[in-house]
Structures are given as C-alpha cells and as structure tokens.
Design a protein around this ligand. Structure first.
Ligand code: IMP
Ligand code: MG
Length: 179
C-alpha cells in the first residue's frame, strides 16, 4: 500500500491529538443531553472508534450505510440507504460521524433524513473537510482537518475498498486511479 501513497498528509499522532480535542469539545457541548453518534459506514468506522473513546459523557452509537460513490472517485449525487438506523431518535441529539465531507451531497441528504425521524437536533462531525469541492450548502459542526482537493485514503478512507487500514491519511498517487 505504501508505494501507492504520494504523500502522508496526516500522521497517526496528529490525528490522535486532534480527535482527543474534538471529543472533549463534544463532551462539553452535549453534557446533560441524550447523545447518539451515528457512524456512516464504512469510511467513518476508524474515526468513530477513536472519537467515541474520546467522548467522556454517556452516549449511544448507531450505524447507517449509504451509497453515493460506487466504485469511482466522484460522487454520483444519488444517495441510497443500504442499512437504516436501529435506534428511535425522538428526543435525542444526533451527531453524524463522517470520514470526509466532499460534495456534501451525502450529508445534506442524511441530515434531512435524520431530522424527519424526529431527532431533537442533528449535527455533523467530520474527520476531513474538502470545502473546495462543495456543491450544496452543508457545513460541518466539528471538523478535525481541512484538506486540499486531492483523493485521500487511509484511517478508514478507501479507494475501491482498499487502503482503509492504513493508520494515517495520505494522498493517493493519481496514476493508481487513472487521474
Ligand atoms: P460527498 O457526498 O461527495 O460529500 O461524498 C462523501 C463520501 O465520498 C465520503 O463519505 C467518502 O466515502 C467519499 N469520498 C469523497 N472524497 C474522498 C476521498 O478523497 N477519498 C476517499 N473517499 C472520498
Ligand atoms: Mg468511500
């Protein structure tokens, strides 16, 4: 995998420190509230696993699976729900945990969908934000890192399901995806 990486963008240490910090902020902001973390599979699982352990207040966790990308590197704009939420959301505060906010199509759809399920509030925590590529108005409430317009992999993020287990975030060499 290493030889397909052009440059390491975020090291394990940088990610760990930032996730701790964001977890502390979330703990303070949601103190006394019923918090549900909703992880969007599969890209956010690594971030979710670290973030939930950086949160020091009681919370529950749930998982959703949606598809927007298929096998390509560009969003299709079509969001399909493959696995729905298990939990009842009424009276609860939902924090959607995402790996990367790119065009924003996935999250703008999910935010609306979750609101309609009766959640008290819906906010977004993303590991990475790629604001240069945004095509709809969606702003993350918690962002660990802002990244340039390059295709990145690792720490949960994939290209064709590979590279998710890299412990850092790196820029994929364009020749790997024919870019
Ligand atoms: P959006 O709907 O365009 O915001 O797409 C968000 C989803 O696209 C993320 O959850 C990722 O699965 C995927 N994605 C977008 N950019 C990248 C990237 O640079 N590397 C890996 N996956 C990406
Ligand atoms: Mg993906």
């Amino acid at each position: 995998m290493q030889q397909d990486i052009q440059r390491v963008l975020l090291t394990e240490e940088e990610i760990a420190a930032k996730v701790k910090e964001v977890g502390a902020r979330i703990s303070a902001d949601y103190a006394g509230k019923k918090l549900v973390l909703v992880s969007v599979l599969k890209g956010s699982v690594v971030f979710m696993a670290d973030l939930m352990r950086a949160i020091t207040i009681p919370c529950s966790v749930d998982f959703m699976s949606v598809s927007s990308y298929g096998r390509d590197v560009k969003s299709t704009g079509v969001v399909k729900i493959r696995k729905d939420l298990d939990e009842q959301l009424s009276g609860k505060h939902v924090l959607v945990v995402e790996d990367i906010l790119d065009s924003g199509l996935t999250l703008s759809y999910l935010r609306e969908y979750i609101s309609q399920k009766g959640a008290e509030s819906v906010r977004i925590a993303t590991l990475l934000d790629k604001p240069s590529r945004r095509s709809v108005d969606v702003f993350p409430d918690y962002t660990c890192f802002t990244v340039p317009d390059a295709f990145v992999v690792g720490y949960g993020l994939d290209y064709n399901e590979v590279y998710r287990n890299l412990p850092y975030v790196g820029i994929l060499k364009p020749e790997v995806y024919g870019g």
